[in-house]
Design a binder for this molecule. Structure first.
Ligand code: SAM
Length: 285
């Protein structure tokens, strides 16, 4: 049976109508499903955490490759479908919870203690309404994971994986770049889902850096400087950082930028992550 027929069959059998407010767009393109799983490079000593398994289309492909899979799904209706569909598998755990409330550090620690799992990978076709909070959670909680392979809205994907200093870059670009090496895998048209989302999608792979490219002790301050720089995109960096109280006042801001050899008219989007590191070093207590 094709993925499309299988999806239609399951939806009919369980009387499922996709819930828009939960971002339910089910993937029905076999090529894309295979490509996601291949690009995640899953092997038998991996634990895969899948966020939002829905009806289980992606889960089915992951199950064949991973040592263990833990799914986190908010919609109770999906839970009983997944339990029915995969009752034969003893390497699948399903958690009925809001992904933003899950303690992944504890889950990973518990699984690693058991000794069968070497690496942890996150794989997901994410619900688009909470893409950014999910990614920020996965990165900021400093999980012991190797990679994140996700399908998200193309526009957001392009911002996340831009190189700092590119025209597509925003504050979040620097956060992703700080934690990960990123790669575009493929664009996915809306026809690959039912129901069709209004946007084009993109699969990206984020490989968590073992060594950071800048040395930062106070990450909160570092990211606050970057965020403040981008809050008023059209303003100069000097004005943004002064208005947002990163610089004590304009004169001390000018002094710092002059000492670093930066043009006083420079904007946040012109700075590399190392440039922001230089500003951080001048500001940190
Ligand atoms: N993985 C399936 C697929 O590819 O066909 C479904 C992907 S669908 C884009 C997103 C899934 O995330 C839905 O099943 C939805 O119920 C689930 N979801 C939405 N919000 C969630 C949350 N806060 N926590 C966990 N799962 C959530």
């Amino acid at each position: 049976m094709s993925v499309l027929d299988e999806t239609k069959f399951i939806m009919k059998k369980y009387g499922i109508k996709a819930n828009k407010s939960l971002g339910q767009n089910f993937l029905i393109n076999e090529e894309v499903l295979k490509k996601i799983v291949d690009s995640a490079k899953i092997c038998k000593d991996d634990l895969v955490i899948e966020i939002g398994p829905g009806l289980g289309s992606l889960t089915k492909y992951i199950l064949d490759k991973a040592g263990k899979i833990i799914c986190v799904e908010l919609d109770k209706k999906m839970i009983s479908i997944l339990e029915d569909r995969f009752f034969k598998y003893d390497n699948l755990n399903i958690i009925n919870e809001d992904v933003l409330k899950v303690d992944f550090n504890k889950i990973i620690l518990d699984e690693k203690r058991k000794g069968q799992i070497k690496n942890v990978k996150i794989v997901a076709n994410l619900p688009y309404y909470i893409t950014t909070p999910i990614i920020m959670k996965l990165l900021e909680e400093k999980l012991d994971i190797e990679s994140i392979t996700i399908m998200i809205q193309k526009e957001v994907a392009d911002r996340l994986i831009a190189i700092p200093g590119d025209k597509n870059a925003g504050a979040i670009t620097y956060t992703v770049y700080y934690y990960c090496e990123s790669k575009k895998i493929m664009e996915v048209p809306s026809t690959s889902f039912i129901p069709e989302p209004e946007v084009t999608s993109e699969v990206i792979n984020l490989k968590v850096r073992k060594q950071k490219i800048v040395k930062i002790k106070d990450e909160k301050l570092f990211f606050n400087i970057i965020k403040s720089g981008f809050l008023q995109r059209r303003k100069t960096l000097l004005n943004s950082l002064t208005n947002n109280h990163i610089f004590e006042d304009k004169a001390s801001g000018e002094k710092i930028l002059n000492e670093l050899g930066f043009d006083l008219n420079i904007r946040a989007e012109n700075l590399s992550i190392k440039d922001f590191e230089k500003i951080y070093n001048k500001i940190k207590p």
